[in-house]
Design a protein around this ligand. Structure first.
Ligand code: SAM
Length: 281
């Protein structure tokens, strides 16, 4: 395990979710799973003091990074800019960052789809992933370190306790692979929870395309707001019981037993229902 390198001293800030990776073996394992190459359009979110950045740059010198904490920018510059003149730092909030700006070069030529990586600040990981899903057509893959519990929710199947809105919506867009766990000892300061690495690969075509994605989001959201109720009761405000039954879906089960394909069928039914009853939209 390595200590902070000279020139990278920085007091970790809780409000930025700063838990810096300090275990070289884990860093190598993460980068090996990403397998970056020189032709990639690679973006790292939250490079921090550059623990993963260093190895990413060695493989892909055109790396872009997005870091919110301005105090970390000189630390990143002093380490890398001399050897990697094409390294680009965006001192911005990744939640508001327009990832579309990374899809063309300075001559407005189209660049390859994005490969996005990051040891994400746990406090913003779910909204950030929803923000990134809005770019899924332009994303080749994503590798994230997240709270293990969040990775479990992303990869969960119907019937599992951790199955919910996050899993359904991420699995709508992406193939999800839970790669490996990372214990708190690998970080400084140590987080209170276990972490895990997840790989998300957006589908070229979602396997179960919904007629209206906004309606799918609304329906899934409503269903899991009341996850202990039966499906019939949880969706009462949106769909009459007969409409659900017409899809051969058992209305007495809980939302956590409904598959992605069934949620899509329900949202298509909702689209039909709203077309017939525009005053409900
Ligand atoms: N990648 C480094 C590592 O593995 O050691 C740091 C990881 S630390 C868990 C999360 C990083 O994300 C911090 O550097 C933090 O400042 C940065 N960060 C927090 N909120 C952010 C945001 N909204 N946008 C961009 N970066 C953010």
């Amino acid at each position: 395990m390595s200590k902070s390198k000279p020139g990278t001293e920085h007091r970790a800030r809780k409000r930025f979710g700063q838990n810096f990776l300090e275990d070289d073996n884990i860093i190598r394992r993460i980068v090996k799973s990403i397998h970056p190459t020189a032709d990639d359009n690679l973006v790292e979110i939250g490079p921090g003091k550059g623990a993963i950045t260093e190895q990413l740059l060695a493989a892909c010198p055109t790396l872009n990074v997005i870091e919110l904490d301005r105090d970390l920018i000189p630390i990143l510059l002093s380490q890398f800019i001399a050897n990697y003149p094409d390294f680009q730092i965006h001192q911005q909030d990744a939640l508001k960052f327009d990832f579309g700006t990374l899809l063309t070069d300075k001559d407005q030529q189209k660049k390859p789809p994005l490969r996005i990586v990051g040891n994400l600040p746990y406090n913003i990981s779910t909204p950030l992933i929803f923000h990134l899903l809005s770019y899924q057509a332009d994303v080749k893959d994503m590798h994230f370190m997240l709270q293990k519990e969040v990775v479990d929710r992303m990869a969960a199947h119907p019937g599992q306790k951790s199955y919910g809105r996050l899993g359904v919506m991420v699995q709508y867009y992406c193939r999800v692979e839970n790669l490996f766990d990372v214990p708190p000892e690998c970080f400084n300061p140590r987080p209170k929870v276990d972490s895990a690495i997840v790989r998300l690969v957006p589908y070229e075509q979602p396997p179960f395309p919904a007629k209206n994605i906004k309606l799918l989001e609304r329906l899934v959201n409503t269903a899991f707001q009341q996850r202990r109720k039966t499906l019939r009761n949880a969706l009462k405000q949106l769909l009459p019981t007969e409409a659900i039954e017409s899809l051969n879906i058992d209305t007495s089960v809980r939302p956590e037993n409904i598959t992605l394909q069934e949620f899509v069928a329900l949202s298509d039914k909702l689209a039909e229902h709203l077309d017939k009853n525009p005053d409900l939209a």
